[in-house]
Design a protein around this ligand. Structure first.
Ligand SMILES: [Zn+2]
Length: 159
């Protein structure tokens, strides 16, 4: 595969696994390239057949291929399928299938493996902490404003 194609796939998927969403930074290394239609099933190196993919998802996917794009038991394509229609994330960090295809997809790719669930929970926690941080900062700014006006008033009464 040409280096430029690899670079294009990497950018197209924002350096994240098309299936589980972990980033190169989460992974501590570059990810690999998956042939959505495997090479053993005559899949090509055309850009539209390539998915940026972590090694774990690539391993679980293996050489699975269902040539029927309307089939129930097929894998979802990260760009061609509308994923929010197929699954959602629970409070406990697990992907919940909304369609039978999603159930098959999640199971085949092991998208509820404990490390991924833990990763999703950590992301949620980071988001929660960022929100709390922002609220604290706003509170501090409000106190500072109040303090400034109190000092101002004090100055006026003592002069
Ligand atoms: Zn992955």
């Amino acid at each position: 595969m040409r280096l430029t194609v690899r670079r294009q796939v990497r950018e197209l998927f924002s350096r994240r696994c098309g299936y589980c969403g972990i980033s190169e930074l989460d992974n501590g290394a570059e990810l690999t390239i998956d042939h959505f239609q495997p090479q053993v099933a005559q899949g090509t190196d055309a850009l539209e057949n390539l998915v940026y993919c972590c090694h774990a998802c690539n391993g679980f996917k293996g050489e699975f291929w269902n040539p029927d794009p309307q089939a129930v038991l097929r894998l979802l394509h990260p760009l061609r399928d509308n994923l929010p229609e197929h699954f959602t994330e629970s409070e406990s960090g697990e992907l919940v299938a909304l369609t039978e295809t999603a159930g098959f997809h999640i199971e085949t790719l092991h998208l509820n493996r404990p490390q991924l669930v833990g990763h999703r929970l950590r992301l949620r926690q980071n988001e929660r902490m960022a929100r709390e941080n922002l609220a604290f900062r706003e509170q501090i700014e409000a106190y500072e404003e109040e303090l400034r006006s109190l000092i101002e008033r004090l100055r006026r009464t003592t002069s």
